[in-house]
Design a protein around this ligand. Structure first.
Ligand SMILES: [Zn+2]
Length: 385
């Protein structure tokens, strides 16, 4: 049984790249799409108005953070996450697993789930596949993720197999709970979005046979979409792209594919070429706050002394608010002076660069010139031949 408010259609293909239309209860998303990361229900340093002006089609929010603070019960009572944060467009929530594995203290993994202590106040919690589904049902995101075990890199084949198999068992439990929440929610759980869809996650490290097995097991359960997990965790870029290609090969063509946590603009273009439809990454927002700007001719660090009297905009080819109004010299000054608006202006630009890159990708696929776009994109950035 598929989620009622969800749909996906591939409208154009160009080589391995796909352009598609995804419909959710809170509107449609043109794919390939990039999701800015709104960790605590806000993208750091910018307002929702900025995000809307930039053409953000879908936002990502972190379940771990919202579960701990202010709590999914409170958000459900407020009518769900869209209403609580005042963002009417689509939202994807992660399962909370990634943050439990990276932020929380005193983690213990068992077949039941992951017990951990909050990084905020040390309180004890147990995150199970069922609990992750419950919390996301209360948040009422349009796309929910199953709880998976996030294996580290590097990992040997044997532990990678155990971790992949557990992720598949957890996916079965997550889907069962998701169905229950839709038909007869247990007492104490208040789903706020009846049209929520759920994505499964393919794991398996960088091993082709494990990726194939994981994809088969996850697809057999049947989700509205599939994510590629366990990448962008420190593996070499070529190995990541190889793994993406060996995974998308085993996924059904008519559902969305989401590469979790990637990456640089170059990674996005290369992953689209391998059949990926959805992305999220903290790079554009985090790097903006550190003074690093992504431009069509590569990255610049605005702190650099060479920009002290540079009256040019950050990127002459960019039409964002920052580039239309301000010089590198002024942005450098704001950053050096510690002005809060430096983070805002840098974030507006970086997000625009990512969202604009995705828009140009979609256009290139629709017109059948994605290969030419890809070559020119890399030539300009001059990182790859
Ligand atoms: Zn700009």
């Amino acid at each position: 049984m598929m989620a009622p408010g969800f749909g996906f259609e591939v409208t154009h293909t160009d080589g391995g790249a796909r352009r598609g239309a995804m419909s959710t209860p809170h509107g449609d998303v043109a794919t390939p799409a990039f999701m800015p990361v709104g960790t605590q229900g806000a993208v750091k340093a910018v307002t929702h108005r900025d995000l809307a002006d930039l053409g953000t089609g879908i936002l990502l929010a972190n379940t771990y953070h919202l579960y701990l603070r202010p709590g999914d019960d409170l958000i459900a009572r407020a009518g769900g996450l869209h209403r609580f944060i005042g963002w009417p467009r689509p939202i994807l929530t992660d399962s909370g697993g990634y943050q439990v594995f990276s932020l929380a203290e005193r983690r213990t993994i068992t077949e039941e789930g992951v017990s951990f202590r909050s990084h905020l106040d040390g309180s004890s919690h147990l995150l199970t596949p069922e609990k992750a589904a419950d919390v996301q049902a209360q948040l009422g995101s349009d796309l929910a993720m199953v709880l998976d075990e996030c294996a580290a890199f590097p990992i040997e084949p044997a532990p990678a197999r155990l971790s992949m198999a557990r992720t598949a068992r957890w996916a079965r439990r997550a889907r069962d709970r998701f169905e229950t929440l839709r038909t007869s929610p247990p007492a104490g759980v208040m789903p706020t979005n009846p049209g929520q869809a759920q994505f499964g996650i393919v794991q398996g490290g960088v091993y082709p046979d494990l990726r194939e097995e994981s994809a088969a097991a996850t697809v057999a359960i049947g989700f509205e979409g599939y994510a590629i997990g366990g990448l962008s965790v420190g593996e070499p870029i070529d190995l990541m792209l190889e793994t993406v290609a060996m995974t998308t090969r085993h996924l059904p063509p008519d559902v969305p594919r989401y590469l979790m946590g990637a990456g640089t603009p170059e990674d996005l273009v290369e992953s689209v070429a391998r059949g990926v439809d959805l992305f999220d990454c903290v790079l554009p927002t985090r790097n903006a706050r550190n003074g690093q700007l992504f431009t069509s001719r590569g990255r610049i660090n605005i702190r650099n002394l060479r920009y002290r009297e540079d009256q040019a905009p950050p990127d002459a080819d960019c039409g964002c608010y920052t580039c239309r109004h301000f010089s590198r010299a002024y942005l450098r000054h704001l950053f050096m002076a510690g002005e809060m608006v430096a983070a805002t202006l840098n974030t507006v630009h970086n997000l625009r660069f990512y969202l604009d890159t995705l828009e140009r990708i979609r256009e290139a696929i629709a017109f059948g010139w994605f290969e030419r776009f890809r070559t020119e994109f890399h030539q300009r950035l001059s990182r790859r031949p």
